[in-house]
Write a protein that binds this ligand. Structure first.
Ligand SMILES: NC(=O)C1=CN([C@@H]2O[C@H](COP(=O)(O)OP(=O)(O)OC[C@H]3O[C@@H](n4cnc5c(N)ncnc54)[C@H](OP(=O)(O)O)[C@@H]3O)[C@@H](O)[C@H]2O)C=CC1
Ligand SMILES: CC(C)CCC[C@@H](C)[C@H]1CC[C@H]2C3=CC[C@H]4[C@H](C)C(=O)CC[C@]4(C)[C@H]3CC[C@]12C
Length: 332
């Protein structure tokens, strides 16, 4: 029986490249692409089929920043499939980004420039807002919508003959100092993206602890710095065009400057080929590209405190309970 692979955020960037690369690895998979609306789903499906005419590609629509939409898509997936082998939780946003060029300059003088260029530590801020569910938009889209999706798909993910896998697209921008248990949605700060990615790392660690014995394994990856819609929105296009030669040069020093979505999907594809039992739950798998363009994967230990992870998970469960009460009419 073919493996079923669900990819969120499949309409572009890393998600679309991942879909193409997965079909190059195994043309027999059933690929289910999740996009925000049917036009995007159909356009994405057509693009994928143009390169892989014999592929089995189905579509679902979901807005991960809208809990009713997440509950509806989970119900649809439960009706359509008996099992999911891989779920790539890849969709993500970074709204209203702001770059602190003075910080980069200080980084140059203090020898921290390379670290800043690869992690954006101290370099980037964002302005977040509340979504229609009354949640902080970045937390809701990058993490909580995906968390609810996973929990609603438990019957397709747990207790199968072969292990099922969750692969979260996190980031090297995930930072403990941007995250706080008392403000886990990051309503008060200006690093909502960093906080949401750290929260993703914590969640994956706990999911492994709770679900490995039911045959569900979770991993986190960082695609490196990829030129995608997300990054193109950070600076004006003309500036990116001017910076591009410098970015290619930086790649000789910073292996996480993968730059293309194809390269960025390296760790996702590598994980597709690994036995889950051989993976370390406390490691983030980074896509890397050498100066000469060779792709490889680098495992790096994550900076996560397991006690904080457990406390945060309890908070997610409380929020989940409130959500399910609010939307009880959408549940079976
Ligand atoms: N680019 C980079 O340098 C890095 C990216 N990442 C992460 O990689 C992932 C993919 O990003 P990337 O490919 O770069 O960026 P893109 O903006 O190209 O892709 C983001 C994807 O997420 C989808 N998406 C956004 N919001 C929602 C939503 N509310 N509901 C459903 N889908 C949504 C987008 O759909 P739509 O087309 O409808 O907008 C799109 O398909 C993200 O999680 C990002 O944080 C991590 C590290 C570095
Ligand atoms: C000389 C140039 C390279 C100057 C560019 C300045 C900034 C626009 C970029 C410098 C560092 C970049 C980033 C680093 C980490 C990424 C992270 C892993 C991620 O998840 C999303 C994108 C990044 C934050 C990215 C964004 C652009 C920079 C801040």
């Amino acid at each position: 029986m073919e493996r079923v692979v669900l990819v969120t955020g499949a309409s572009g960037g890393v998600g679309l490249a991942l879909c193409q690369r997965l079909l190059e690895e195994d043309g027999r998979i059933h690929l289910c692409i999740a996009c925000r609306n049917d036009q995007k789903s159909e356009a994405t499906r057509d693009l994928i089929l143009a390169a892989h005419p014999a592929a089995q590609v189905s579509t679902v629509e979901v807005d991960l920043g809208n809990l009713a939409s997440v509950l509806r898509v989970a119900q649809e997936l439960r009706c359509r499939f008996q099992r999911l082998d891989f779920v790539y939780l890849n969709a993500g946003i970074m709204p209203n980004p702001h770059v602190n060029f003075k910080a980069l300059w200080r980084g140059l003088l203090t020898g921290k420039l390379l670290h800043m260029l690869t992690t954006a530590e101290g370099v980037m801020t964002q302005t977040d807002r509340l979504n229609g569910d009354g949640l902080q938009e970045v937390f809701a889209t990058n993490l909580f919508g995906h968390f609810i999706l996973v929990r609603q798909l438990e019957s397709l993910l747990c207790g199968n003959e072969k292990p099922s896998r969750l692969i979260w697209t996190s980031s090297s921008n995930a930072r403990e100092s941007a995250f706080s248990l008392s403000d886990y949605q990051h309503a008060k700060g200006q690093e909502s993206y960093s906080s949401s990615k750290y929260a993703t790392d914590l969640t994956s660690v706990v999911l492994n602890r709770k679900f490995n014995n039911q045959g569900l394994y979770s991993s986190v990856v960082c695609p490196g710095l990829v030129m995608s819609n997300m990054t193109y929105r950070i600076l004006p296009v003309f500036l990116w065009k001017l910076l591009m030669p410098i970015m290619w040069l930086i790649r000789f020093f910073a292996k996480t400057y993968t730059l293309t979505p194809h390269n960025g999907a390296e760790a996702h594809v590598w994980l597709f080929k690994q036995k889950p039992e051989s993976l370390d739950a406390l490691v983030k798998y980074h896509s890397c590209t050498s100066g000469l363009g060779k792709n490889y994967v680098e495992p790096r230990k994550m900076d996560v405190d397991e006690e904080t992870a457990e406390k945060f998970y309890q908070k997610l469960l409380e929020l989940e309970k409130e959500t399910l009460e609010k939307y009880s009419d959408l549940l079976d």
